[in-house]
Design a protein around this ligand. Structure first.
Ligand code: ADP
Ligand code: MG
Length: 223
């Protein structure tokens, strides 16, 4: 029964890329061999049609093998894409850094790490805007100090894009407290203190999406 089911013509539409599936190829080869052998027997020799049927069967096998390889390639690409997703994250160059004219040096760090600055603007946050942005920290003892600092001088808000951009940006930034930051990170090189630590970066895909939408409209994200 299984063999008959396998031999039956496939119900689904042909592959949109024009490939035979392995099953189709196998079926073609088997039918080609049957048909060719039967005709050969009755007529005492292979006709041109028999040859064609056999040939199509053979071609089916080759196409099947090709399709199998192609399928493997596509699967590998899908796995690769899943592991190296292009992400966007929100970054802020904080007042301590804009005051010291460090925007270009900090941007160079992002670009050296493979992050693209796909949107950027210099703005002066009001206290209310800073409080709304850092709402998640409203019960922390440093909330007043943090929001007043963020509203004290201009900041540069930007969208960074790249493979694993959210985690990569956190790596490039370094630990919150510059005393604990690794060598070569932005905070190690430029931060003044745990509060005045030069940069902000989103910490997860959900917060990245929310924070980007807080500062940028879709029209400002041109890629
Ligand atoms: P990060 O910016 O590394 O994600 P947090 O989200 O924990 O760090 O904190 C937000 C910001 O609040 C920090 O970047 C820093 O400016 C400030 N901050 C955090 N901890 C302190 C602290 N102990 N004292 C003063 N400011 C702090
Ligand atoms: Mg944070």
């Amino acid at each position: 029964m299984r063999l008959f089911a396998w031999l039956a013509p496939g119900a689904g539409p042909p592959d949109p890329r024009g490939y035979f599936s392995q099953q189709e190829a196998g079926r073609g080869a088997l039918w080609g061999a049957f048909w060719g052998a039967g005709r050969g027997c009755r007529k005492g020799g292979f006709s041109r049609r028999d040859f064609k049927a056999g040939f199509q069967g053979g071609a089916g096998v080759v196409a099947g093998a090709g399709n199998y390889r192609c399928g493997q390639g596509l699967a590998a690409e899908r796995i690769k894409a899943r592991h190296m997703a292009i992400e966007r994250t929100l970054s802020i160059i904080k007042p301590d850094a804009t005051r010291r004219n460090l925007t270009g040096k900090i941007n160079a760090k992002f670009e050296e790490a493979g992050l693209r600055i796909v949107a950027q603007k210099r703005i002066f946050l009001s206290l209310a805007q800073a409080q709304k942005f850092y709402e998640v920290h409203k019960d922390r003892p440093f909330f007043g100090e943090l929001t007043e600092f963020m509203a004290s001088e201009p900041v540069v808000v930007q969208v960074l894009e790249g493979e694993g951009a959210i985690a990569k940006n956190r790596e490039v930034m370094g630990a919150t407290n510059p005393a604990n930051a690794d060598d070569g990170t932005i905070r190690k090189e430029f931060a003044l203190s745990v509060g005045e630590n030069s940069v902000h970066g989103s910490d997860a895909p959900e917060t990245a999406a929310e924070e980007i939408a807080y500062f940028f409209s879709g029209l400002e994200l041109v890629g």
